[in-house]
Design a protein around this ligand. Structure first.
Ligand SMILES: [Mg+2]
Length: 414
């Protein structure tokens, strides 16, 4: 089996999302996705990854991951390079599942559970305006989750305060004011629903310590990214100051970045974002690394529809799953414009994807949209980056090789 063509698809309506379609000579089309700066990610895919991937066997997922990592890491490996890698890797797993006639979780070790526990992060789209509902009636919003069978939600109670004061300090008066909705919910529904809190990396360490201590009385499921995950020591300090588990972090990229946070206990709940941190290949490894430290994993979402499916396969296959993130405003509001079938959630659980591969497809109509930009690469090319060795190339790389421009790719704007 060979990769013959790699397409990227972006649309104006959801300008953060990028889909990747990897085509094979046996007719499979693998689907991947990432989120944020799709033009930059598309440039990585077409200018440097595709020329090396065309003609390769898409089933060689580890080798191709390592190949892309080798190209990326010369300039600092996170960012668009890793989002591109994540999307391509997901598409390769989709191809593998299709070729073997199995859902991806069966290729990852099989099912550890029959259905996937989820939580809902408060979000809004179209007629689903949970953010507005939260401001107007936080207890009503919490009750709506309970009524649907959703057992946990995640909120950003301190974000407005961080935005107004810069996050370097906070008064107890400001904390109490910000936590009024949380206090109302706990008083009204007791412990009938779990609540997680996300600080979005907005606080300094002393402010974060004061906040997490003040929130302890509400028995939260976790405190997520109260500080930016740039320093293991400060995370350990924060963890030592509170009995609430510290969750980290969607901003950590690859097993290399997660390793120390997991080993040192700075991430007591591990939250990889599959479409940023290295795809299915890497997220499975991060989950397994966490498992060796008896640490649960909670895959991050809040982006596009393919991520939910890709994470679902990880969630099915790893023994140390805690819970998977979802956003009902997204899966009810816009996912089914683009994919079929859509995510299936019943009584607070995500149902395992059905059928071979990812279990969903990009709708044909997406490619016909007037706001779609589709770029296609179909040429193998020996792209030489000094010091980078691609073992699949016929010519050896030498330091004196002058880099050549990437081959032209076809662009279709409708
Ligand atoms: Mg978060």
């Amino acid at each position: 089996m060979k990769i013959t063509k790699i397409e990227t698809v972006r649309i104006e309506e959801f300008f953060h999302v990028l889909w990747v379609r990897v085509h094979t000579d046996e007719g499979q089309i693998g689907l991947g996705e990432t989120w944020y700066l799709p033009r930059a990610v598309g440039s990585v895919i077409h200018d440097v990854y595709s020329p090396h991937l065309i003609g390769r066997n898409p089933l060689d997922r580890e080798a191709l991951w390592d190949l892309m990592y080798g190209i990326a890491e010369g300039f600092g490996y996170a960012g668009a390079e890793f989002r591109a890698l994540s999307a391509v890797d997901t598409a390769l797993w989709d191809i593998a599942g299709q070729a073997m006639g199995q859902p991806i979780y069966n290729l990852l070790g099989g099912a550890c559970r029959q259905k996937i526990p989820i939580y809902n992060t408060i979000g809004s789209y179209g007629k689903y305006q949970d953010n507005e509902w939260e401001m107007r009636d936080p207890v009503g919003l919490a009750r709506s989750y309970i009524d649907e069978g959703i057992r946990m939600f995640k909120a950003y109670y301190m974000l407005p305060a961080a935005r107004s004061n810069g996050g370097n300090s906070i008064t107890y008066k400001e904390i109490k004011e910000a936590l009024k909705p949380l206090a109302m919910i706990r008083k009204a529904v007791g412990d009938d629903i779990e609540i997680a809190h996300d600080g979005a990396g907005q606080w300094s360490l002393p402010a974060a310590i004061n906040i997490v201590r003040a929130m302890e009385e509400y028995d939260l499921a976790w405190q997520e990214e109260m500080i930016r995950p740039v320093n293991v020591e400060t995370h350990l300090r924060l963890a030592q100051e509170t009995r609430t588990p510290i969750c980290a972090a969607e901003r950590l990229i690859s097993k290399y970045h997660f390793r120390e946070f997991i080993e040192r206990g700075a991430a007591q709940i591990v939250m990889p974002d599959l479409i940023w941190t290295g795809g299915i290949t890497e997220t499975k490894k991060i989950a397994t690394l966490a498992e060796t430290y008896q640490t649960p994993v909670a895959p991050h979402d809040w982006t596009g529809p393919v991520n939910v499916f890709a994470c679902a396969h990880i969630s099915m296959a790893v023994p140390n799953l805690m819970v998977q993130e979802t956003n009902r405003a997204y899966y009810r509001g816009w996912y089914d414009k683009f994919i079929e079938p859509n995510v299936v959630i019943r009584d607070g659980f995500l149902m395992p994807p059905e059928g071979p591969g990812l279990g969903t497809r990009l709708k044909k109509s997406v490619l016909e949209r007037s706001d779609a930009t589709i770029e296609v690469s179909d040429q193998a090319y020996e792209w030489n980056w000094p010091g980078f060795i691609d073992p699949g190339q016929k010519k050896s790389n030498v330091w004196s090789d002058a880099p050549k421009p990437a081959p032209k790719r076809s662009v279709r704007k409708r």
